[in-house]
Design a protein around this ligand. Sequence first.
Ligand code: PMV
Length: 323
Amino acid sequence: MTVARSPAKVIVTGEHFVVHGQPALAAAVNLYSTVVVESGSPGIIEISSSELGIDARFQTEALEKNPEGSERSILEPLLLVVERTLERSGSKGLGLRLQVKSQIPVGVGLGSSASTAVSTAAAVAHFLGLQLDRRQICELASVQEQFIHKKPSGIDALITTYGGVVLFKIGLSPVHLQPTDEVRIIIGNTGAARSTGDLVSKVSHRVQLGDRDLTRISDAAGQLTLQAVNAYKKKDFLQLGRLMNENHELLRQIGVSTPQLDRLVEVARDAGALGAKLTGAGGGGCMIALSRPEHDKRISKAIDAAGGRSYIVAMDRLGVKID
Ligand code: PMV
């Protein structure tokens, strides 16, 4: 039996624009997905999760029990990761039982699908005796991101694989920054599910049409991320917070915020956050607030009182890990 776990993530600055070549800053946080792998009946892959409400058996690439809806959308991409890892080790046709556990809310911008895929790739590879480095695990997990999100930047799989804090830009080596305990991140979940793929396509469509406003906003967001990295390195968290506020405004301008996200952002700022913004694809999902440790509970209460579900999180330093 092998157990692997990997963290959730938040995008601190630069989501959406990162898909179009701009840099983005992301942090891994201490909510985890865990995958347990054991051997199963030959040719059968069983995947179950009581928290996610999924339980299905797949037989040599054909669904034996055909799950529908969200169950199907969670399982099919995961199966792809399992099959790719089996192929890689020359063990196609081997039976496996996977148990997925997760503390990460699904479909709300916290990298739940990427984290589950990374834990799956790592657990299956380790169970099969495959020696993979982080880059290879990330590559295997990305199969599912491509399946779900159509055109992902790759930032989710990368940050959940490596953990810590990362400056990411498509085509360049990621820059790893030192995680910190000097500030807290408070996540506020609106509870409104949405599709990252659809939101990314909506923005991409405007880019393809040559929308000048979008190009201008995208360039501004790229500059903003570089300033955010400098502020983070200098531990100028006041400035980092200001830049997060500005980033939220840019995301509002491209139409991916919602009244409920704006509301949670506003109450977090009023409660003493250094900065607050939506995180991930928007359209619902989550926002984040940056806070001094002494204000975290006040901000979390304000988010809850405004109808959100808050989580005070710490940065994860380890990324994917075999337990
Ligand atoms: O799936 P989410 O909501 O965490 O969004 C990921 C971030 C995007 O920039 C919107 C998409 C991407 O692939 O980078």
